[in-house]
Design a protein around this ligand. Structure first.
Ligand code: MG
Length: 498
């Protein structure tokens, strides 16, 4: 709601003039007009649309922040963010790797439903289908300025880029920073793919190959500039970092600074970046009307891959498994929400929530409508954030690996399903071209596994044989859900020729 300034000026002038010449009764009436207008103004400010900043780490472990128990990596800014806001102990990515996780964050839908169940490779002329509706599109319609700064990885061909999904502009990498160079003798189409990993400013190549040492710093400068340029209107900044994904690089100020290695250096530089974003918001007086969210797309790698010293892995903080698994270590992530005017400081919740919930939550806070022509897997957690509710309605969370449903969580129970058939291979072009990868990634499970995540968050004690009733109940919920999911799934969209 907005009140034209001329309206206020006219009322003030009336009060002034009545004070000079009119009797008390009429003067009182004018004052009432002014008071009513001021009250309206106050409620307009109250209803002002908040800004949103979503900072998304890449391959960060559950235990890699001070606020989540790390004693080796220094993250004072993220720790402060947690101390000033709400910290989730059970916050999930909706996939154990990059592209599908991003698709879920932006659409509020499980990756299978959103048409990006697998990691996208530069060989593929596909991406987030144009028919999907993103947070950026919803907020754009409400008058928000929108920016995607960092790693996109939802399709590099033009029809799939961020600017075609509701973002006013994009600055960053089209895909992962280990997808450095693609030779013409592979399955790719060299006439289409970038041969050297480029830094893009919208569709323009700024630098190729990109100097990865300065990526975090350059992303941060661009993000702060975007905030400054849009300080007088609502904005949505989607800030998916490139690191600590392998290979790791940091700027001169950070590389070699931590006694705990390059992985720690990159996380500490990302923490610095978070501090710069918070400082910009505070400096511009936007702190009180900006929700800042921090989480990661999936768990840490084990390190030690082909990048040598530039590929150390993070800590899953005692959780089982790593990136690429549906154990907790692959999908449970730090989840920090900070909004000084609205979220009580130093709050912790063990309510399970996930990146699927961001779209409905941000839409509600912005006064926007969630699309009702499609299944929305996430739900708004606004009441929990704002202290209007202490719990969320209990809903099951589903752990998909690609197109395969592997596990379900309901309350504190987690069941790994008995799996005797592989998922449909054709859901990923990459798998069709690399069948051995498909075999490796999709293991069968002869017997179900049931874990009590409250008592055993490391998933070490299989209770399936002791609690067959719980196994049966969760198995039924999961299989019914997946039947609907497989019917409802969106086929990946390919450009001509694939
Ligand atoms: Mg990742």
């Amino acid at each position: 709601m907005t009140i034209p300034m001329h309206c206020l000026e006219r009322t003030v002038a009336r009060v002034a003039s009545v004070r000079r010449s009119k009797p008390w009764a009429r003067r009182g009436l004018a004052w009432i007009h002014l008071a009513a207008l001021l009250a309206l103004l106050a409620s307009a400010a109250e209803a002002e649309q908040p800004n949103f900043v979503v900072i998304f780490a890449d391959d960060l472990g559950y235990g890699d922040l001070g606020a989540y128990g790390s004693t080796t990596i220094r993250t004072p800014n993220l720790d402060r963010m947690a101390a000033e806001g709400m910290r989730f102990t059970d916050f999930y990515a909706a996939a154990p790797f990059c592209s599908p996780s991003r698709a879920s964050l932006l659409t509020g839908r499980y990756p299978v439903r959103a048409g990006v169940p697998y990691v996208l490779f530069p060989t593929e002329l596909t991406g987030l289908p144009p028919a999907e509706i993103t947070i950026a599109e919803i907020l754009s319609d409400e008058g928000y300025a929108t920016a995607a700064i960092g790693k996109w990885h939802l399709g590099w061909p033009k029809p799939f880029r961020a600017q075609r999904h509701g973002f006013d502009f994009f600055y960053g990498l089209p895909y992962s920073n280990d997808m450095l160079k693609w030779e013409p003798d592979t399955v790719l189409r060299p006439q289409h793919a970038f041969w050297k990993l480029p830094l893009l400013d919208n569709d323009e190549i700024v630098e190729a190959p990109v100097n990865q040492h300065t990526l975090t710093r350059r992303y941060t400068e661009r993000a702060v500039r975007f905030i400054k340029e849009n300080r007088n209107r609502p904005f949505f900044l989607y800030f998916p970092h490139t690191f600590p994904h392998n290979p790791q690089y940091a700027s001169e100020d950070f590389e070699g600074r931590s006694p705990h290695g390059l992985y720690a250096d990159t996380v500490e530089e990302m923490d610095w970046s978070v501090g710069e974003v918070l400082r910009a918001l505070q400096g511009l007086g936007l702190d009180e009307r900006t929700l800042v969210v921090f989480t990661s797309d999936n768990g840490p790698t084990r390190g030690g891959n082909r990048w040598g010293p530039r590929s150390s892995g993070g800590s899953a903080g005692g959780l089982r498994g790593n990136k690429g698994t549906t154990f907790e270590g692959g999908m449970r992530e730090p989840g920090i929400f900070r909004w000084p005017a609205k979220i009580a400081p130093d709050t912790e919740t063990s309510e399970p929530a996930s990146i699927l919930d961001l779209l409905p939550t941000l839409a509600e806070l912005a006064g926007a409508v969630v699309p009702d022509d499609r299944v929305m897997d996430g739900r708004s957690i606004a009441d929990l954030l704002l202290g209007k509710a202490e719990t969320l309605p209990q809903e099951a969370f589903f752990y998909y690996f690609g197109a395969q449903l592997q596990a379900i969580r309901l309350g504190h129970w987690k069941l790994f399903l008995r799996l005797t058939e592989p998922p449909e291979q054709s859901a990923s072009l990459w798998y069709l071209q690399n069948p051995e990868l498909f075999e490796r990634h999709h293991r069968m499970r002869e017997e179900p596994e049931l874990y009590d995540l409250d008592a055993d968050r490391g998933e070490t004690r299989n209770l399936a044989s002791e609690l067959p009733d719980i196994v049966e109940r969760l198995d039924g919920i999961a299989r019914r859900f997946d039947e609907r999911m497989q019917r409802d799934k969106r086929r990946p969209v390919y450009l001509d020729g694939q």
